[in-house]
Design a protein around this ligand. Structure first.
Ligand code: FES
Length: 144
């Protein structure tokens, strides 16, 4: 097995001196904050936000609601099926990191799936998720 030093070295430019492997992955993945419109209690995200400038598909984008301290991760499961999860750990409320297809907590190590289920404690409750709908052009996240 590769030791941590070698692992970090192999990744080279991605990270220097960050202690956890999950954070290494996060540093390498592309975190993208989508342009959104918020009105009437819902956030509108254009589906085109899921295509990057190299014409590749993003699996998720981050969205920042006006009245919340925490971002929402909008994860694409498949065409017209998205999960919007609040990136607030259900253990003691730290903001979660996104990377390696999981959400991980930097405070005490809880991990969640991209649909909000607990993978690893100490958190016991799944993440808060929001209802989503879609039409031809947009994804709608209902905040209430
Ligand atoms: S606050 Fe996230 S694991 Fe404790």
């Amino acid at each position: 097995m590769m030791d941590r030093k070698k692992f970090v070295k192999t990744l080279g430019i991605c990270v220097v001196g960050i202690p956890l492997a999950s954070q290494v992955l996060q540093s390498c993945s592309s975190i993208y904050y989508a342009d959104t419109l918020e009105k009437g209690g819902k956030i509108i995200v254009e589906k085109s936000e899921f295509i990057n400038d190299k014409n590749k598909e993003r699996k998720y984008v981050l969205v920042t609601p006006q009245d919340t301290d925490f971002p929402i991760s909008l994860y694409k499961i498949e065409e017209d099926n998205y999960v919007a999860s609040l990136l607030k750990c259900t253990h003691r409320g730290c903001e979660l990191n996104v990377g390696g297809n999981i959400y991980s907590c930097p405070c005490h190590g809880s991990e969640f799936t991209t649909t909000g289920e607990v993978l690893e404690g100490p958190a016991e409750e799944q993440l808060k998720t929001f209802k989503t709908t879609t039409d031809d052009q947009n994804i709608y996240i209902y905040l209430n």
